[in-house]
Design a protein. Structure first.
Length: 171
């Protein structure tokens, strides 16, 4: 059994697609008996959804309406969203609601007691000591961020350095 020619599709083929470049026509018809060069096997879904390029004509050649491939029904996106919300809801298990939250660690309590303390590790993570540049905030009221010097001023802009083109002498 042949598979659909579309990249990533593992469905069984149900129709054959060919292009007639002379007439600018796309032809989708019943499965060919054997694999032909320049013909593509399509599953039912891709055969039904296939459209012709702009300026081309689309021809669907099936002997009767029963021969037209019918794609398998796809799950409704609303059903998938409802399932996702149901799975992500917090549990209402009584055993979990009665347990107390864990106690805060002493390290957290010590940090909370010193309001004047600044966390040096956060600031050092945002500063590149080699270049003296600070990582800017992602988006500010003035627009996208620009690199800043540790002193607070704006970093010099990037320069585009062009290499001179080699000049060839005509002989």
């Amino acid at each position: 059994m042949r598979q659909c020619s579309k990249t990533g599709c593992k469905s069984p083929a149900a129709a054959t697609l060919t292009f007639n470049y002379r007439d600018s026509t796309v032809v989708v018809g019943p499965m060919s008996q054997r694999v032909e060069p320049h013909a593509h096997d399509l599953c039912a879904r891709h055969a039904v959804e296939m459209t012709a390029p702009v300026g081309w004509e689309m021809m669907r050649l099936f002997p009767d309406e029963n021969a037209v491939p019918t794609p398998e029904p796809v799950a409704d996106p609303d059903d998938l969203l409802a399932l996702a919300h149901a799975v992500s809801r917090p549990s209402t298990d009584p055993a979990q609601t009665e347990s107390e939250p864990p106690e805060a660690s002493s390290t957290t309590e010590e940090l909370d007691k010193d309001p004047g303390r600044t966390d040096r590790s956060v600031e050092s993570a945002h500063t590149d000591t080699a270049s003296g540049l600070r990582r800017p905030e992602a988006m500010g009221p003035e627009g996208p961020a620009r690199p800043l010097h540790a002193s607070g001023g704006e970093a010099p802009g990037l320069r585009l350095v062009k290499q001179p083109r080699p000049r060839y002498r005509e002989s």
